[in-house]
Design a protein around this ligand. Structure first.
Ligand code: ADP
Length: 182
């Protein structure tokens, strides 16, 4: 499914984000930036060791205590098709989706897009941040993700294409419902 807002195309698709050919892909990282499971593990495995080396440098130089939730940093894409990986940290959700969790998830998307803009990136792919190991409810997380992206493109017309690359049909359907409800 795709829609166009303010000249930016938003695309929802089922797929593996490590295969995407957008200029940047976003990693649902954890604050250590040292890799992990899920999409994080897949990106490091396919992208190769240079991404981890750059993450280590970022930790040493800028975030010795780890990347705070809702913030984003950028590395090159290593062996991936994408030129860049933007690493962001979503919230770990409680059973409810609290206002604080929602705000932090919103920030993760919004700050990733701000960083993409600073780098002149025109196309970017997001996974469904925080809805795996971090257990946020997919329907609510989808609404927050889309809201952040749409708020951004209503203000900024720099990015031409934003893809949500959802790993399963089930998650894709929830994002589709959320987009139809906006
Ligand atoms: P988090 O810790 O932020 O919850 P996870 O990686 O555990 O991150 O899960 C986030 C989402 O990413 C889940 O919907 C999961 O199914 C999905 N996912 C896992 N691997 C990939 C991949 N290669 N491409 C796209 N999405 C993926």
């Amino acid at each position: 499914m795709e829609i166009k807002i303010n000249g930016t195309k938003i695309i929802l698709k089922v797929g593996d984000i490590t295969e995407e050919d957008t200029q940047a892909i976003v990693n649902a990282a954890n604050s250590t930036l040292m890799g992990g499971g899920g999409v994080d593990g897949a990106i490091h495995a396919k992208g190769g060791p240079s991404i981890l080396e750059e993450c280590k440098k970022i930790r040493e130089e800028k975030y010795p205590d780890g990347l705070p939730t809702g913030e984003a940093v950028i590395t090159t894409g290593g062996n991936l098709k994408a030129d860049y990986v933007i690493h962001t940290v979503g919230p770990i959700c409680s059973r409810k989706f609290t206002e604080r969790e929602e705000k932090l998830l919103y920030n993760a998307y919004y700050n990733s897009l701000k960083l993409a803009k600073e780098k002149g990136i025109k196309s970017i792919s997001f996974p469904s941040i925080s809805t795996g190991a971090y257990r946020c409810p997919v329907d609510k997380a989808a609404r927050t993700a889309l809201k952040a992206v749409i708020d951004f493109i209503k203000k900024e017309d720099c990015i031409q294409q934003i893809r949500f690359v959802l790993f399963t049909q089930d998650v894709y359907e929830k994002y589709k419902e959320a987009l139809n409800g906006i």
